[in-house]
Design a protein around this ligand. Structure first.
Ligand code: PMP
Ligand code: GLN
Length: 400
C-alpha cells in the first residue's frame, strides 16, 4: 500500500514508512505471512493456537445474545472495571478505584499509545530496556520523544544496574518497563524494580509498566512494580486479556493509575478508538474472577511447553536462554553456522518448515549487531506442534 505524499510526512518522520512510501509491515505480520505462504509452523508471532477457558468464550456469546452490542462507556463497562480492581487487589494487594483509577482500552497497545501520547512532550526522553517490543519505539517516535535504552544481554537478559542509573536523568519523562519481558522472557527481581522506582522519584519520571504476561511466570513470582513503595503515585500499570485468556484477537486491555494520570490518558484515548469490544468486556470480567486454580494451571501448562521447545532447540544445536516468563525463548543460531538471525529466519521455512523472529527486529539499528545471531521462538502453541517443530529443527545440523 502506498500513502500519498501529503499524508506521509508524520509517519515518515517517525520512521514508520519505508523510503519508497510503502508501509513497512511489522516483523510479526511479515513472519506470519511467510508462515502462511510456505505452510511452515508459525513460532514467530506470539498467539496461542488453542482456545482459552470456555466460561470466558461462553460469556462473550451470551453478551452478544443479551444485546451488549453498542458503545460501552468511555472508561469501559463498570462490570469489567470492577473486575480489574478486584483482580489487582486479589493478586497484588493493590487498591484501584474502578470509577477513577481504571481505564479499559483496545488492547495493551492502545493503553501504551494513549499513555505515551498523553504524557510525553516532544523532546522528552523515554527510557526502555533493549531489545524492546516494537510498538514502544514507534509510539515514542510518534510522540516526538527521544528513545534511550538500557541493554539486556544473554544469557539471563537482566539489566546492568549501573547502566540503568546512568541512563535515567532529569530529561527522562517516562520509564517504560515490560515485565515479564518480550522478547527475552526475563522477569525482573525486586532489586531492579526498586531501583527503577528510586530513579523515577529522583528524576520525577512516570513509570509505564507493560505486564501483559503477568500470569505467565515459571517458578518465580511476578512482582508488579506498582507494589514497590513509592511507585503507586507515579505508575501506569498496563495489562490485557489477550495472553491470560488466549483471546489475543479480542483486544481488551486496561490500565490502572492514579486518577489524574487516568484522566490525562482518557483525554487522548477518547480520540483514538473512543471505546471497543462491548460484548468482550463482560467476558474478560468473568475471566478475571476465575479461581486461582485457573491461573496456576495456565502458568504450569506454558512452563511445560517452554520445556518442550527448550529441549527441542537445544537438541537441534542452538544455544538457548531459559525464559522465566512470557511466551518466548531466545535461541542463538551462531553455533549452527548462522551468524545473521534475520537471514536465518527468512531461510528457516525452507530449511526446517518453521518460522521464528529475529531479535534484531526488537533493537535500534545501532545495537542490532550485538544481537545479530539471536532469534525468538514462541512456545504458546499446542504441544504436538512444538514437538513437530522440534523434530523438523533437529534436521538443521545435518544441513549446516
Ligand atoms: N506488550 C507486549 C510486551 C506484548 O507482547 C504485546 C503483544 N502481545 C502487547 C503489548 C500488545 O497487547 P495487546 O494485543 O493487548 O494490544
Ligand atoms: N505481541 C505479539 C508478539 O510479540 C505480536 C503482536 C503483533 O503482532 N503486533 O509476537
Amino acid at each position: 500500500m502506498t500513502i500519498p505524499g501529503a499524508w506521509r510526512r508524520t509517519a515518515r518522520g517517525a520512521g514508520l514508512l519505508a523510503a519508497d512510501g510503502t508501509v513497512a509491515a511489522s516483523i510479526f505480520a511479515e513472519m506470519s505471512a511467510l508462515a502462511a505462504r510456505t505452510g511452515a509452523i508459525n513460532l514467530g508471532q506470539g498467539f496461542p493456537n488453542e482456545d482459552g477457558p470456555s466460561e470466558v468464550l461462553e460469556a462473550a456469546r451470551a453478551a452478544i445474545s443479551d444485546g451488549v452490542n453498542q458503545y460501552p462507556p468511555g472508561r469501559g463497562l463498570p462490570v469489567l472495571r470492577e473486575a480489574i480492581a478486584r483482580h489487582q487487589h486479589r493478586f497484588y494487594g493493590l487498591g484501584a478505584d474502578p470509577e477513577t483509577e481504571v481505564l479499559v482500552t483496545a488492547g495493551a497497545t492502545e493503553a501504551l499509545a494513549a499513555t505515551i501520547l498523553a504524557l510525553l512532550e516532544p523532546g522528552d526522553e523515554v527510557v526502555t530496556f533493549e531489545p524492546f517490543y516494537d510498538a514502544y519505539g514507534a509510539l515514542i517516535a510518534l510522540g516526538g520523544g527521544v528513545h534511550r535504552t538500557v541493554r539486556l544481554r544473554a544469557p539471563d537478559f537482566q539489566p546492568d544496574l549501573d547502566e540503568l542509573r546512568a541512563t535515567v536523568s532529569d530529561r527522562t519523562r517516562l520509564i517504560i518497563v515490560n515485565n515479564p519481558h518480550n522478547p527475552t522472557g526475563a522477569v525482573f527481581p525486586a532489586e531492579t524494580l526498586a531501583l527503577i522506582v528510586q530513579l523515577a522519584e529522583r528524576h520525577d519520571a512516570v513509570i509505564v509498566t507493560d505486564e501483559v504476561y503477568e500470569h505467565l511466570t515459571f517458578g518465580v513470582a511476578h512482582i508488579p512494580i506498582a507494589t514497590i513503595p513509592g511507585a503507586g503515585a507515579r505508575t501506569v500499570t498496563i495489562s490485557s486479556g489477550g495472553k491470560t485468556f488466549n483471546t489475543t484477537g479480542w483486544k481488551i486491555g486496561w490500565l490502572t493509575a492514579p486518577a489524574p494520570l487516568v484522566t490525562a490518558i482518557l483525554a487522548v484515548k477518547q480520540f483514538l478508538t473512543y471505546v471497543n469490544g462491548a460484548p468482550f468486556q463482560p467476558a474478560i470480567a468473568v475471566g478475571l474472577d476465575l479461581p486461582d486454580s485457573f491461573y496456576t494451571g495456565i502458568a504450569a501448562d506454558l512452563r511445560f511447553k517452554r520445556d518442550v521447545l527448550e529441549r527441542g532447540l537445544a537438541a537441534a544445536g542452538f544455544t538457548v536462554s531459559r525464559p522465566q516468563g512470557s511466551y518466548f525463548i531466545v535461541a542463538d543460531a551462531a553455533p549452527l553456522g548462522y551468524p545473521d538471525g534475520a537471514d536465518f529466519c527468512r531461510a528457516l521455512p525452507g530449511l526446517a518448515g518453521v518460522v521464528a523472529v529475529p531479535i534484531a527486529a526488537f533493537c535500534s539499528p545501532e545495537h542490532r549487531p550485538e544481537y545479530a545471531s539471536l532469534v525468538r521462538f514462541a512456545y504458546c502453541k499446542r504441544v504436538d506442534v512444538l514437538e513437530r517443530a522440534s523434530e523438523q529443527l533437529a534436521g538443521l545440523t545435518a544441513r549446516a
